[in-house]
Design a protein around this ligand. Structure first.
Ligand SMILES: Cc1cc2nc3c(=O)[nH]c(=O)nc-3n(C[C@H](O)[C@H](O)[C@H](O)COP(=O)(O)OP(=O)(O)OC[C@H]3O[C@@H](n4cnc5c(N)ncnc54)[C@H](O)[C@@H]3O)c2cc1C
Length: 413
């Protein structure tokens, strides 16, 4: 039953830990170490009601103006555009009401019990203390911007997401730093927050090691396949084999997908955070600022602002305009706050054309399992994805229908 899990982000660590808890001998591999990828720098929101994809109807009409504006949270590196065009063709084709409904209906079972899934994953570990059940607050600066999103709230409600809508004034009573900033705020219930995603994953990783798991820091460079199975993975300094292989390489999944003969339209959606270190004041709530599409999360001794969509490929340098935008937003939101310094981070969301992750066992290589493509909600869905993958490896039925996530849909004939 020896299993190799490739990639130590939230999806890989969760899979590895659930497998180790089931008594499976697991080696977890990462090129840099645990939580070195996207799972380090996200906004820390367990956003169980985030069932609306980026590709909503109208995006194709709005995107050009956003791309031309230095103040909109959408960027493309123009020199990368030729590489992007084939992906965009598939991606934008999903900007239909029909697909939005399909996406929402299928993502909801994966992410709706995220808080519970993380509590279960972290049970008995130091990571437990980093989870809290804060509301997730969507804040609108005008009545019009709220009204333009009502359809999305109706859709969430129809699936079972619970929320209440209050005025900006009412909201600022519980979080005075936001006084006179917003017109309407939607408080999403049964959501959660991880107070430091990097440390959280480290603690889960420590538990994996404590359970007998092994870790290898090396880069996966290729695969060996024989008779409908993966027989080994190639790493920088040799090969390693096991009975089963789980691939949770996040935004770096493109290369391995091709080797696994999956033809997935897949891209990295760059994102950024800035952190105000040792601020003189601290907001209380987790707030999504709808106008700027970024999230403000209070963390240990710092305030993190995370967001931006920057289609510039996995190897791009920092987009200074994107960071300037986040820094400007911080100044505008918190003019009275002083801080020691600003730290910045640039990461990559793993994104498929239909925005749905691939989760499942491959029929072409039946000892191979994949779990990647969680785009904006990978922390939210990662605890459950890991549990599902662990169940598949040990031959147990997953608790949700995986049809919409079936990787074999992309299998080259
Ligand atoms: C700005 C921003 C804010 C976000 N906010 C949220 C949020 O609030 N809530 C939420 O749910 N989601 C959020 N997300 C999305 C979320 O962070 C990701 O979906 C999630 O972290 C993906 O996890 P993963 O395990 O799939 O990938 P990663 O965390 O990227 O892990 C993949 C790992 O694979 C390793 N790897 C890659 N290639 C190789 C190789 N060849 N050999 C060995 N190892 C390799 C990497 O080093 C990395 O550690 C945000 C993302 C961004 C960018």
């Amino acid at each position: 039953m020896k299993t190799i899990v490739c990639g130590a982000g939230i999806n890989g660590i969760s899979t590895a830990l659930w497998l180790a808890r089931s008594g499976v001998e697991v080696t977890l591999i990462d090129q840099k170490g645990p939580a070195a990828g996207t799972s380090f720098g996200n906004a820390g929101v367990l956003s169980s009601g985030s069932v609306i994809p980026i590709t909503v109807p109208g995006i194709t009409r709005k995107a050009p103006a956003m791309l031309m504006s230095a103040n909109a949270p959408l960027f493309v590196r123009w020199s990368y555009l030729p590489r992007l065009i084939p992906f965009f063709r598939h991606y934008l084709r999903h900007a239909t009401w029909q697909h939005v409904q399909y996406y929402a209906k299928n993502m909801y079972p994966l992410i709706s019990d995220s808080l519970h899934q993380h509590i279960e994953l972290a049970k008995g570990t130091k990571a437990e203390k980093l989870i809290s059940d804060h509301d997730y607050c969507y804040a609108y600066s005008s009545e019009d911007s709220y009204n333009s999103d009502i359809w999305a709230w109706e859709l969430r409600k129809s699936l079972g997401v619970t929320f209440s809508v209050i005025s900006g004034e009412e909201f600022s009573k519980s979080d005075p730093l936001y006084r006179e900033k917003f017109c309407k705020v939607v408080l999403n219930k049964n959501h959660g927050r991880i107070s430091d995603p990097g440390v959280y994953l480290r603690f889960l990783f420590d538990e994996f090691i404590r359970q007998g798991g092994k870790f290898l820091q090396t880069t996966i460079t290729g695969l060996k396949k024989s008779k409908g199975r993966v027989s080994a993975i190639k790493v920088t300094d040799g090969e390693i084999d096991a009975a089963n292989y789980v691939f949770t390489l996040g935004p770096w999944s493109g290369h391995i997908s091709r080797l696994l003969e999956l033809k997935v339209p897949f891209e990295s959606e760059g994102g950024y955070h800035i952190e105000l270190i040792n601020p003189t004041e601290m907001p209380q709530e987790t707030v999504k600022v709808a106008s700027g599409k970024f999230v403000v999360t209070p963390m240990q001794n710092r305030i993190r602002l995370a967001g931006i969509v920057d289609f510039s490929g996995l190897h791009s340098v920092d987009n200074t305009q994107a960071l300037k935008l986040l820094k400007g937003s911080a100044k505008e939101l918190f003019p009275s706050i002083k801080y020691e310094r600003v730290d910045t981070w640039h990461g990559h969301r793993p994104t498929t054309a239909n925005s749905l992750p691939l989760i499942g066992q491959l029929s072409k290589f039946n000892n191979a399992f994949v779990g990647f493509g969680h785009q904006h909600v990978g922390l939210t869905g990662g605890a459950k994805t890991g549990r599902i993958l662990a169940n598949l490896v040990i031959g147990e039925k997953p608790e949700i229908d995986l049809t919409a996530f079936n990787p074999n849909f992309y299998s080259k004939s």
